[in-house]
Ligand binder design. Structure first.
Ligand code: GUN
Length: 297
């Protein structure tokens, strides 16, 4: 068998086009364009690359954007002051604090300083908590994008056994909540594996849906998966490649060749989950501008 490839690039484009049409309508009726404000602390090159990709996507769909770059010598108080200024700026709809922060900064104090009504990443405990109890909230972009892929390709999750690898706050934990929710899509039975899980294959082999967000190349190989499984690869790993002009190439957590022989559905890296994360950020920023989740509380 050869797996069906899930085209995240295509689905992400459709979502961005929808967002763009909504914004055009919105602006043509006299509203100002939504605005996303990114905040980067320090000079982590990957963070700068990700934020550039996000602000470029903003430009393409008609969202205004701006990036505040703070030096990595900044104090917790200074970052929180900068965020509070953005909270009170009525022209800013969404605030994106790029993670990780430099080690000396307490990430949670800073994430909690963001007005949850502008938290388009969905990382604030208010949004995470509301997600956990099934209330409307901003949903973290990567797991929300994966749910959109299931929806687009009519991949059923109800009653299925989903195995998620990686218990991060950005992917694994919110993914667990979304895919097991009792309302709407979801309704799956979930196993959440992490770095302390013993005998990973004992779990992965039972997965109808396997979602890997571990950040380890070739962690998942064909013999570890169930025949006909849905395999979602969230890993974005750089591996050295002298043939590539950048000196590296991007690979996921799954060995594509051997997994695609057994899987029914599979996401490629790149071009699978990655573009969906950016598209969902655009969608969340539009929702923030419309006050669609927290109606002008
Ligand atoms: N770092 C890694 N992924 C993400 C993300 O989706 N949002 C933010 N803000 N930081 C990240």
């Amino acid at each position: 068998m050869s797996a069906n490839v899930i085209d995240g690039k295509k689905v992400a484009k459709l979502i961005r086009e929808q967002v763009s049409e909504d914004i055009q309508y919105w602006v043509s009726h006299g509203q100002r364009a939504p605005k996303l404000q990114a905040v980067i602390v320090g000079n982590n090159p990957a963070s700068h690359t990700y934020v550039k990709a996000k602000t470029k996507a903003c430009g393409e769909v008609g969202i205004e954007s701006d990036t505040l770059i703070l030096p990595d010598t900044v104090s917790e108080t200074q970052v929180i002051e900068a965020i509070e200024k953005l909270n009170h700026n009525d022209e800013v709809d969404g605030i994106l604090l790029q993670l990780p922060l430099p080690g000396h900064l307490p990430s949670w104090n800073i994430i909690e300083a963001i007005d949850y009504r502008k938290d388009v990443d969905g990382f604030h405990p208010m949004n995470m908590g509301r997600l956990a109890v099934g209330q409307p909230s901003f949903r973290p972009c990567t797991p929300a994008g994966i749910m959109e892929l299931f929806n687009y390709y009519s991949i059923a999750t109800k009653g299925k056994h989903a195995v998620i690898i990686g218990a991060s706050n950005i992917v694994g934990k919110p993914m667990t909540l979304m895919i097991s929710r009792e309302d709407g899509a979801g309704k799956a039975t979930v196993t959440l594996c992490h770095q302390y899980t013993k005998d990973l294959t004992r779990h992965t082999i039972n997965a109808d849906i396997l979602i890997s967000a571990a950040g380890t190349p070739k962690l998942i190989t064909g013999p570890m998966i169930k025949e006909g499984a849905v395999v979602i690869d969230v890993g974005i790993n750089r591996v050295a490649d002298p043939d590539n002009e950048r000196g590296y190439r991007l690979v996921g957590d799954c060995d594509f060749e051997s997994t695609q022989e057994k899987a029914n559905w599979i996401t490629p890296v790149p071009g699978g989950v990655g573009p969906m994360t950016v598209a969902m950020l655009m969608k969340n920023t539009l929702l923030a501008a419309k006050d669609a989740i927290y109606q002008s509380e």
